[in-house]
Structure formats: structure tokens, C-alpha cells
Design a protein around this ligand. Structure first.
Ligand code: ADP
Ligand code: MG
Length: 626
């Protein structure tokens, strides 16, 4: 055995420096944290050669007193805590007091600072841990730190650096995170003398616009949630938009001012999106979470990239609710906007004359109309016109009634011939307002989309996505016990493993509430009946799916999520893209679209059901307007 040596402090310091200073971006991180802790409102960062040649961070913070400057590079020198007790209430980003010491150990380091209460500024240089004298220097305010030739004295570390562009990518990402976590600070970030990012420090929204391209920034929806202990603000990706992507790179959690990564929290957000998200897609988000300092331990990870929560379950729950709430709110407001634009037409002069009168000039419809007695108390009634169920919107905010439907079930319509005079005006006597809705089914496109003209818009409806929605909604809404069932002529049975049976058994109630009739006898699972609307479903495939899904369900959740999962599986059997639809099928899909109080914008798997093209957009394409 060799003898045990006590390491010389200079070697020891070099080794431990390597633990704090991993790469240029970790230097930038430490310097930025110090600037923020100093109360700076403006910080500029300049990088050369991926930070390997030079990193400089300049702030307008409180600065450092002359006598303190030399202490900054001593190991465990910190002004932020003095006792273990302080660790419980730590509010600053730094507190270990090892960053500057470590950085100065492995670089050519220069610090200049002007303490806020002094007239003069002072500077010190440290090369490989050896400090120069303190000298007077020129600096108007704050602190300026420059780190050159990182790892010049630790060749092994140097060798493990990525290419300059690789290191730069890490730094740029980091700076973006700082912009998100400190939206009230103005940042200027330049690379090789070129300004790359600049913010005014006037809030998160503007910060987001300086970092993300408009196609993303325009598609983020605000989130706001406050329950006493936890406060959540920020922005999350709008479903079915450019702010939903195929990786998790732009998912940012800011916990008490610190950007952290946390896979579990990411999953919570993912779950909260639920049916708003397509498979293998991920929302972009910036979630700023404030919680009492004693509820979170930031001291877990040396780089403080991870934190530990005193009550993780509570945090998960709060985030889940906050995200869900904001998504639902957004969905409802999108629906309302849509309803308004589709179903509100200002009465024209011509129709003004008809005010307070019920006017019908379509005989067929008129008859039906009479049969159904349209009058002032149509509030919650359903009535049929041209064999279509028309529901009153029954909502105070929408005064319109979708009544007139001009449809051409034989496919493509000749506009000139189309009987646009088929009008039904219905008075809603309370508001004394006449409204009408006219839509026209133009036909099927590529056997996949249904084209509809409505209120100066072209609607392109995805037949599959919409039909999925119909089935899903029916299963979920009507699953309180009145789904029409169809007994199977030949009940389907399959033998299962014990663990599979146990899983199914737990969910049997949930499954049967959705209009299935499933039972377990010994090792045998038998399906006796299915919802009527799924009459030609592939039963063996369904059972196989249920067995597979239940395993997953038991892992993640219980409660309503189970029903949603099952309903999602069932609606797989919706009409497909590529199916030629007959006129009844077209009507069925379109009617649902127009007569449902909550127009479905997305299918249960997160795909859009409809796309709108405005007349203006089309006219622009044809250069009718510029
Ligand atoms: P820590 O941040 O953990 O306290 P550091 O090694 O990062 O340790 O910094 C040591 C000390 O130097 C800080 O506690 C602070 O007092 C001072 N300091 C460092 N950078 C700045 C700055 N930009 N402005 C003001 N003070 C600073
Ligand atoms: Mg620090």
C-alpha cells in the first residue's frame, strides 16, 4: 500500500473547482446568478469562441466593497448565508460561496466592481488561483467579471470540452432560461461581438417574444393560478398549434426564480393536457412557480438544477389543476369566438323589415316548423328542420339560433343555382333580434374532408376527427347510464392471465358504464354487449386494447381518466379518412358540428377537427384584394 498523502490545498482546490466548473455554460450560470443576487436590473453577457476564449458578464448591481473583492475568490466565501439556519430560508440563487473561487482557479479571471456607496471602482486579476493586488479602475457602476482561457491549467478538462458551437448552444439555452426566470431584468447577450438576444426587462410576455419566433410566441396562452401557498404564472402552448412540438426542449419550470428540470413535473403537465395533445407531441411552456421557501430544498444538486419538494404530491396537483384550468378556459373562449363568428350575422336592411315577425319562405321547412311550434319558449327544446335536429344554443352570450341550413347532399354545388333564398327567420322575442345561420355543404374533398361554406368562411372539417369526437362525447356524456346497447349474438370470450384479470376487474364498473357489458368468470373475460353506436367495431381488437391499456391505466391514474382512455379507444372506430361518405353520413357529421353547443375543435386525441379559411384569405390568394 502506498502511503496516504494529505493533498496540497492547491491540488485539492483544482479538483474541486472542476466539480463546480464543468464547462463555459456553468461559468456563465454562476456569474449570472451572482449578478441577479446583487440586485442588478441590467446584465450584459459577451461570449467569444463558445466561451472558451472569453466570457464576460457585466451588471449594474450593488457592487462589492474594495476590501471584500479579494475575498470573493476564497473558497467558501459568501455574503449570502452565515449559519445553517439560513439554508432553510434561502432566497438568493448562490450561497455555497465556491463559484468564483473555483472559476478563478481554472482561468484568467478579472473582477472589477464599484460598491454602490463608494465613489471609486477597484479591480483584481486572478490567474490559475493566484491573485494580483487590488487596483483602482474605471467602472461607473456594478460589477464586471471576465473569464478568459478557461481550463488553461487543467488540460484534461479542456480536452473534454465540446466544440465551440456545442458549448455556445448550451450557453445560449442557459441565457434564454435566465430571461424566462428573470423577466424584469434587461439582458443583452452577444456572441463574438454580435448581439444575439436583447430584452427590456418589461415582463415575461416581451421576454418570450424576444426569445421565440412569433409563430410560437403567438401561440402561447397565459396561465395564472393562486391558492394561497402556491402561485403559478406563465405561458403554455396552445393545443394543435406551433407551440406543440416533438421534443421537450422548450419546457421550462421556474421554481422560486430558479430554472430547474424535473421529469415528473413534465409528465404532470403532459397528463394535464390529456386529450388536448396528440401522441408523442409536447407542449412548449414556461411555468413560474412560487412557493414558500421552506417547502422546497434547492440544495440537492450541486448545480441546483434539481430541487426537492417538501410535498411533491401537492405541487403535482397544483400544477395539474393550473394547466388544465387554463387549457379549458382557452378552449371555451376559442369556441365562443368561433360561435360568434359563425353564427352572428348582423341583420341586413332587408331583414330588418321582418323584425318581430316569424318569416319562413321554405314550404317544407315551414311545415316542419309549425309541427314543432317554434315560439318564444324554444329555450331548451329541440326541433327538426329538413330532418335535422336543431338545438337552441341556450346560452345567454349567444343570441343566435342555427336554423337555416342550405345543403346540397348530392355533392358539389353550383353556386349560381343554389337556392340561397331558402331562409327561415325566427324571432327570439325577448331580445327582439333576428338571427340566422346559413351554411352550405359544398362536398367531400379527397374523401377525407368536408367542405362547408359558412358566414364568409370556408370550413374544412376532418370527417374522422369529428366523428371520433362525436363518439367520444356521447360515450363520456351519456355514460351516466343511458347508452343504447347491442347484445352480441356471439359473446366474445378470451382467457387472461391473473394480473390482467385483476386489472380489468378493478375497472369493470367503469367499462360497463360506457355501454359495454363485460364479465369475468374464472379466468375468462366475456364481452356480451357493446354500445349501439359501435355496432361494427372489431371486438377482439377492442378487448386486446383494453387489456393492454388497463395495465397502463393502473400505473398512472384512476378516476375519470380511465373513462377518457376507454372512450378514446372506442372512438377509433369512427369513419376513416378516405371513406366515401353518402349524404346521410355527411349530414350526420356536419349537423353535429353545427348543432352542438360546444363545437368540437379537437378530436379526443388532440387533432384539430376543423380548419377555417376566411373569404379575405381566399381573395388575397386570387389577388382580388391586396
Ligand atoms: P455565492 O454566490 O455562493 O455567495 P460566489 O463565489 O458566487 O458565492 O460569490 C462570492 C461572493 O462574491 C458573493 O457572496 C457576493 O458577496 C460576491 N459577488 C460575486 N459576484 C458579485 C456581483 N456580480 N455583484 C455583487 N457581489 C458579487
Ligand atoms: Mg454565486
Amino acid at each position: 500500500m502506498a502511503k496516504i498523502n494529505i493533498l496540497d490545498s492547491s491540488i485539492f482546490n483544482l479538483i474541486s473547482a472542476g466539480e463546480v466548473v464543468e464547462n463555459p455554460s456553468s461559468v456563465v450560470k454562476e456569474l449570472l446568478e451572482n449578478s441577479i443576487d446583487s440586485g442588478a436590473s441590467e446584465i450584459s453577457i459577451a461570449i467569444e469562441d463558445g466561451g472558451i476564449k472569453s466570457i464576460s458578464v457585466v451588471d449594474n448591481g450593488c457592487g462589492i466593497e474594495c476590501e471584500e473583492i479579494e475575498k470573493t475568490v476564497l473558497p467558501h466565501a459568501t455574503s449570502k448565508i452565515s449559519s445553517a439556519k439560513d439554508l432553510l430560508t434561502i432566497g438568493t440563487l448562490g450561497f455555497r460561496g465556491e463559484a468564483l473561487a473555483s472559476i478563478a482557479m481554472v482561468s484568467e479571471f478579472c473582477i472589477k466592481s464599484k460598491f454602490i456607496e463608494n465613489d471609486k471602482a477597484y479591480a483584481m486579476e486572478v490567474v490559475g488561483g493566484k491573485s494580483s493586488d487590488i487596483v483602482a479602475t474605471n467602472l461607473l457602476q456594478g460589477t464586471s467579471i471576465t473569464v478568459k482561457n478557461l481550463f488553461f491549467n487543467t488540460p484534461v478538462r479542456y480536452k473534454f470540452l465540446k466544440s465551440a458551437s456545442g458549448e455556445l448552444a448550451l450557453i445560449t439555452n442557459l441565457v434564454k432560461n435566465f430571461i424566462f426566470s428573470n423577466p424584469d431584468i434587461s439582458f443583452k447577450y452577444s456572441v463574438d461581438s454580435k448581439i444575439i438576444l436583447q430584452t427590456n426587462g418589461d415582463g415575461l410576455e416581451n421576454g418570450i417574444y424576444s426569445v421565440f419566433e412569433p409563430s410560437i410566441a403567438n401561440n402561447l396562452i397565459p396561465i395564472e393560478y393562486d391558492n394561497h401557498n402556491y402561485k403559478i404564472t406563465g405561458y403554455i402552448g396552445k393545443p394543435a398549434s406551433n407551440a406543440i412540438v416533438n421534443n421537450r426542449n422548450k419546457q421550462i419550470f421556474v421554481i422560486n426564480g430558479r430554472v430547474i428540470s424535473d421529469n415528473e413535473l413534465s409528465c404532470v403537465v403532459q397528463n394535464a393536457y390529456g386529450e388536448y395533445l396528440m401522441k408523442r407531441t409536447f407542449p412548449i411552456f414556461i411555468l413560474d412557480i412560487l412557493l414558500p421557501f421552506d417547502m422546497v430544498d434547492v440544495n440537492v444538486h450541486p448545480n441546483k438544477k434539481e430541487v426537492r419538494f417538501a410535498n411533491k404530491k401537492a405541487v403535482n396537483g397544483v400544477i395539474y389543476n393550473a394547466v388544465k384550468q387554463s387549457l379549458n378556459k382557452n378552449y371555451v373562449s376559442m369556441q365562443n369566438e368561433l360561435k360568434e363568428s359563425l353564427f352572428t350575422i348582423k341583420p341586413s336592411n332587408e331583414s330588418d323589415n321582418l323584425d318581430e315577425k316569424q318569416f319562413v319562405n321554405n314550404e317544407n321547412a315551414a311545415n316542419q316548423n309549425q309541427n314543432n311550434k317554434i315560439n318564444t319558449d324554444i329555450k331548451q327544446e329541440e326541433f327538426k328542420i329538413n330532418n335535422q335536429i336543431v338545438e337552441n344554443w341556450g346560452k345567454n352570450d349567444i343570441d343566435t339560433l342555427p336554423i337555416t341550413n342550405i345543403k346540397f347532399s348530392n355533392g358539389i354545388t353550383n353556386f349560381a343555382d343554389s337556392n340561397l333564398n331558402d331562409k327561415i327567420f325566427v324571432e327570439k322575442s325577448i331580445e327582439k333580434q333576428i338571427n340566422k345561420v346559413i351554411y352550405k355543404i359544398i362536398g367531400q374533398l379527397f374523401d377525407t374532408y368536408i367542405l362547408i361554406e359558412c358566414n364568409d368562411r370556408l370550413l374544412i372539417v376532418d370527417q374522422h376527427a369529428t366523428h371520433e369526437r362525436i363518439i367520444f362525447d356521447k360515450l363520456i356524456k351519456e355514460s351516466e347510464g343511458n347508452i343504447d346497447m347491442q347484445q352480441l349474438l356471439f359473446p366474445y370470450s378470451v382467457n387472461l392471465e391473473n394480473d390482467e384479470l385483476a386489472g380489468i376487474e378493478k375497472q369493470l364498473d367503469n367499462i360497463n358504464k360506457l355501454g359495454f357489458q363485460m364479465e369475468i368468470l374464472g379466468n375468462k373475460l366475456t364481452l356480451n354487449a357493446i354500445p349501439y353506436m359501435l355496432i361494427d367495431m372489431d371486438i377482439s381488437e377492442f378487448v386486446r386494447d383494453v387489456v393492454a391499456e388497463i395495465k397502463e391505466i393502473n400505473l398512472i391514474s384512476s378516476l375519470p381518466q380511465v373513462r377518457i382512455k376507454l372512450a378514446k379507444m372506442s372512438c377509433k372506430k369512427a369513419i376513416k379518412g378516405g371513406d366515401k361518405l353518402n349524404s346521410d353520413q355527411l349530414d350526420y357529421v356536419v349537423n353535429y358540428f353545427f348543432n352542438n353547443n360546444n363545437i368540437a375543435l379537437q378530436c379526443p386525441h388532440g387533432r384539430p377537427t376543423v380548419i377555417f379559411v376566411s373569404r379575405t384569405e381566399i381573395e388575397k390568394m386570387f389577388r382580388r384584394i391586396v
